[in-house]
Ligand binder design. Structure first.
Ligand code: NAP
Length: 199
């Protein structure tokens, strides 16, 4: 384990002249708009990993990702539930006020502050690839509120939880009105819905 450097509200690099990547919130949700149970439980969602094709969709998306972004809650959940199995090969930016450690080999930077402050750096880090907003809902909601999410890929599974961690940190199932529905894929009752922010 090693300790990462902490960046506190550094100014972003604006005016990046390369190919523009998308900021994408790629997420799985219950029928009633929750991305985890109150205790962080994801077993209700994980069982759909076995559905043919669902994993392929994530793999195709992940191949086009240049950096990942998550909140401290999600970071903690991953490290508690998959110790020593850091899942990302690309740089990961974690928004948190904690001084978390990192798994060996994980490229993780801890930041805090207004998400918009970091948009330029995230885009630069991703290069020509996409910025993957992993979640959770609280952090993704801040990116949406800042007008920084270009696409939402929302896989809804046919399970109702009745409560838990909301999709965007506010009301469950609230894909913002300025997003246009682009298409869907259905597999064994799980529906992948794809949205893009109107230009
Ligand atoms: N279903 C899915 O596809 C999916 C995807 C992702 C996550 N999840 C689940 O969602 C749950 C976590 O979601 P969540 O919404 O509760 O938490 P989260 O968004 O992962 O993290 C929220 C925490 O991050 C820190 N934070 C957020 N914004 C910040 C900012 N701008 N600056 C500094 N710190 C900031 C704050 O905590 P501190 O300051 O205390 O660090 C905040 O309480 C986990 O159970 C995870 O497994 C599910």
């Amino acid at each position: 384990m090693s300790t990462s450097p902490v960046k506190l509200g550094l100014p972003s690099v604006h005016g990046y002249a390369g190919v523009m990547s998308d900021f994408v919130y790629f997420v799985g949700s219950s029928l009633d708009g929750y991305i985890a149970q109150d205790d962080g439980g994801l077993a209700w969602l994980d069982k759909f990993d076995e559905v043919d094709g669902l994993g392929d969709s994530y793999k195709a998306f992940a191949d086009g990702v240049g950096c990942v972004v998550m909140g401290g809650g999600t970071y903690e959940w991953i490290r508690n539930h998959h110790p020593g199995e850091w899942p990302y090969k690309v740089p990961c930016w974690v928004f948190t006020h904690h001084e978390f450690g990192t798994d060996d080999g994980a490229d993780v930077v801890l930041v805090r502050g207004d998400v918009g402050t970091f948009a330029g750096e995230l885009r630069r880090d991703a290069g020509e690839k996409d910025v993957y907003i992993v979640g959770g809902g609280s952090l993704a909601g801040q990116f949406v509120a800042a007008g920084l999410i270009d696409r939402i890929v929302l896989t809804i599974v046919p399970v109702a939880l009745g409560g838990g961690v909301p999709l965007l940190g506010g009301s469950p199932l609230a894909v913002p009105a300025d997003f246009t529905f682009e298409g869907l894929t259905e597999r064994a009752g799980a529906v992948e819905l794809r949205y893009r922010r109107a230009a």
